[in-house]
Design a protein around this ligand. Structure first.
Ligand code: ADP
Ligand code: MG
Length: 399
């Protein structure tokens, strides 16, 4: 991981203006914030900067207004929720640059907080337009990026500002980068990766990158079916991308060359219909799937064997459930392996990092999310990082 500066590297910033990129792309219903997780994630950064006497100007995008003002996507809508979480008054500024922001800065006292308007109301945001970057930067003394989840986009507020102002990682960004580095950057070996979910096609780059990085690759979920079929196994009616057979074989060959052991389920839970606890439910060897059956989860013995693989590893990175976990009993293998990973983490023998929308939901469902070393809620940015890509927002912090 290239070096980046953190809030600890800031000297005396009393009265200085911090432009702070946060993730306030909050879920809302009927004008109310329904989940304040992302606000809480910004608290350590806001707290540390205000404690150092900075004037904090928060920058964020909200929805997809496509470069135009849209009252339904104004960040003024989240001010109340932010005030509630940080426990202090927050000023709203209906611009991101120019005189109105300069006037607001004049009114703010050291330690005060303001939210600027939705960055995506300006076309220059997504274009990373230097004119907009410079206009925003003109009202700030330094830049702090605390939005890892937006770091895969080279936008004015996620990348451009880091190029023109002294740039620092916020506390959430710092925690995410440190956790990700422990998982794949400079991990303690052996390293296991679990990659599951519906389709190989959505995670081709992840699989291709990981086989060259990890010691054990556990493939589960619908994508395991594609690999099994490519190896000549009849997967019946299972979700399967038969056209990707050559790709699957190529990934297995790369794994072989890189000394990565690939684990596919040898025992599976099948059913004729995708329903909760269906009458046709049965567990069988992977070679015994009937033509009218679907593989919907790994079997209990296979899940236990995967747990044994984790016991030989020191680091785990996980994206994607092992089965169709939304419906019982097809959550069983995911829950069992998640519990094993959590127990090994609690014991101190495993560093466990997981991410992905459904993965986080599955780990919450298993009741073990808090026991993992780190859970990333970053979605797209997390996946791009698993693909080994350099994230522009992160690269700009390290430049
Ligand atoms: P994430 O959001 O964590 O990246 P994905 O979106 O790739 O994960 O995959 C999750 C989806 O994969 C879930 O909706 C789950 O039902 C589905 N899935 C897992 N295993 C199977 C399977 N054997 N057959 C069909 N769908 C599956
Ligand atoms: Mg998903």
């Amino acid at each position: 991981m290239s070096a980046f500066k953190t809030i600890d590297d800031l000297g005396d910033v009393t009265g200085k203006v911090a432009l702070v990129r946060v993730d306030f792309n909050l879920p809302m219903q009927d004008g109310l914030v329904t989940d304040d997780t992302r606000i809480r994630a910004a608290v350590p950064t806001i707290r540390d900067l205000t404690a150092k006497g900075a004037k904090v100007l928060l920058l964020a995008h909200f929805g997809r207004p496509k470069g135009e003002r849209n009252p339904a996507m104004s960040l003024s809508l989240v001010v109340g929720a932010v005030e509630k979480v940080i426990g202090k008054e927050v000023m709203f500024v209906p611009e991101v640059a120019g005189d109105i922001v300069a006037q607001a800065v004049g009114i703010l006292r050291p330690g005060d907080v303001a939210i600027l308007e939705n960055t995506r109301f300006w076309k220059g945001e997504e274009k990373n337009d230097p004119e907009l970057v410079n206009a925003i930067a003109a009202n700030g003394d330094f830049y702090v990026n605390d939005a890892f989840s937006a770091a895969h986009r080279a936008h004015a507020s996620t990348e451009g500002l880091a190029r023109v102002l002294p740039a620092y990682a916020g506390r959430s960004m710092q925690a995410e980068l440190e956790a990700l580095d422990k998982a794949l950057g400079t991990p303690v070996k052996p390293v296991a990766a679990v990659v599951g979910g519906a389709k190989v096609s959505s995670k081709l780059d992840v699989l291709t990158h990981l086989v060259a990085q990890v010691d054990h690759l556990i493939i589960g979920g619908g994508m395991a079916n594609t690999f099994l079929a490519a190896k000549g196994v009849d997967v019946g009616k299972s979700l399967c991308e038969h056209d990707l057979a050559p790709t699957a074989i190529a990934i297995l060959e790369t794994a072989d060359k890189s000394g990565c052991t690939v684990h596919l389920p040898y025992e599976v839970v099948v059913s004729k219909e995708f329903a909760a606890n269906p009458a046709s439910l049965r567990t069988c060897n992977v070679h015994e799937v009937a033509a009218d059956e679907m593989i919907l989860d790994a079997g209990p013995s296979a899940a236990e064997a995967l747990g044994d693989v984790l016991k030989t590893c020191r680091t785990l990175v996980w994206n994607g459930p092992l089965g169709a976990f939304e419906m019982a009993p097809f959550d069983a293998a995911t829950v069992a392996l998640a519990k094993t990973a959590a127990a090994l983490t609690a014991e101190g023998s495993l560093t466990s990092v997981a991410g992905g929308g459904d993965t986080v939901a599955a780990l919450n469902h298993a009741g073990v999310a808090a026991d993992f070393s780190y859970i990333s809620t970053a979605g797209g940015a997390f996946l791009e990082w698993m693909e080994g890509k350099e994230l522009p927002g992160v690269a700009a912090l390290s430049a």
